[in-house]
Design a protein around this ligand. Structure first.
Ligand code: ZN
Ligand code: ZN
Length: 379
């Protein structure tokens, strides 16, 4: 493995040692999936430890494992999980790790398969590697498999040019770009959360937290015909919701937000509240917004206890739901929605980088106020 770039926080050479050959620009990197790639090195981004990303070279896999396909990764979406990992706030992640779970890929090598997939096909990758045996998998819920491994979190992911993935995790499209295919996983989180809630046409719905995952909830709540209100602390995010998603009821979070929303909605309070903050205080306050008989859906996760006052929970006969990842049918539904134009991907990608400027860009994207909705690595 050759070290090519260093984080901007480290002077070049501090990680390197004398045994590492120096990198020659324009060497045998894989620019495209050309013949003979097995003999080349591939660009690989490794998160060595918090705050320390390396762009290096690794050997590509020699062949696909049984039941898997070799794919060329073209686009990797960057999300909160990756930024948390970079900041060292991702408790399940061991370092070093190759990040990347939002992937737009092209098939390089694939065996005979029932789906009729072949080399050159563009796909989104469902990054949830499940066991197919446990009680969740048997119930059609591979998204919360008891032995779940997520690409780029529990095992090395797609921030490298070629990876091997199970054929069943490939979701193809003959129409979409690799940019769009890299967005499917993020949108899946919202799709699944909205399905968990079982929204009805015209239902009053509140989304707390308008980051990328909040926006994906908003997207599918709108497709379900919900009447949306949103709460966030960041005025820029609220502006984005008004301008890109035509949401009128945008409220700034704070001690008075629940009263303000009650005044605004009158006798039509939200019967479904999605909390997408991953913040314990916000999650506990979500009980202040909910209508009698409503359901609260925790989409964001927090490493903490959540408590609520049980007499209120009972008096209002509330339902509390968790939503985790998404299911294969979400991927298919989203790809169809993008192909038909029902899902507009235009507002999503706000920032881009290649391997060459990723280290610098990543350090900027994690800063508050960076304005990143979705950043994409072009690899
Ligand atoms: Zn993600
Ligand atoms: Zn399982």
């Amino acid at each position: 493995m050759k070290v090519i770039y260093f984080t901007t926080r480290e002077p070049a050479g501090s990680i390197c040692n004398a045994e590492l050959p120096s990198f020659t620009a324009g060497g045998n990197w894989l620019a495209t999936p050309a013949a003979g790639w097995q003999n080349a090195f591939m660009k690989t981004v490794v998160l060595q430890e918090p705050g320390k990303l390396l762009v290096t070279e690794t050997e590509p896999p020699a062949e696909a494992a049984e039941g898997e396909a070799l794919v060329r990764v073209h686009r990797v979406g960057i999300c909160g999980t990756d930024l948390h990992a970079y900041r060292g706030r991702q408790p399940f992640l061991e370092y070093p790790r190759i990040l990347g779970h939002e992937l737009g890929v092209e098939i390089l090598e694939i065996g005979e398969n029932a789906a009729g997939l072949g080399p050159g096909d563009l796909c989104s990758v469902e990054p949830y590697l499940n066991c197919n045996n446990c009680i969740s998998c048997r119930a059609g819920r591979p998204n919360c498999c008891t032995r779940l491994e997520v690409l780029g979190v529990h095992v090395d992911g797609g921030m490298r040019e070629i990876i091997s993935v199970p054929v069943g995790k490939l979701h193809p499209s003959g129409k979409l770009s690799t940019d769009q295919l890299a967005l499917v996983e993020t949108l899946g989180i919202g799709s699944h959360a909205v399905e968990r809630a079982g929204l009805e046409q015209g239902e009053s719905v509140l989304v707390i937290g308008c980051g990328p995952i909040g926006l994906s909830v908003i997207q599918f709540a709108q497709l379900a015909g919900a009447n949306l209100s949103v709460v966030d602390l960041d005025p820029e995010r609220l502006r984005f919701c008004r301008e890109q998603f035509n949401i009128e009821n945008t409220l700034t979070g704070g001690p008075n937000a629940a009263e303000e929303l009650a005044d605004l909605l009158g006798d039509n309070p939200p019967t479904a509240v999605f909390d997408v903050t991953g913040n314990a205080k916000s999650m506990m306050q979500s009980f202040r917004y909910i209508a009698q008989g409503g359901r609260i859906i925790f989409v964001g996760i927090v490493m903490d206890d959540i408590s609520f006052y049980d007499p209120d929970f009972h008096r209002m006969e509330l339902t509390l739901l968790a939503s985790r990842n998404s299911r294969p049918q979400d991927f298919q539904r989203i790809i169809e929605g993008m192909e038909s134009g029902a899902i507009d991907t235009q507002p999503w990608i706000t920032h881009r980088a290649g391997c060459e400027d990723l280290v610098e860009s990543f350090a900027q994207w994690v800063e508050p106020g960076s304005g990143v909705v979705k950043a994409v690595l072009e690899i």
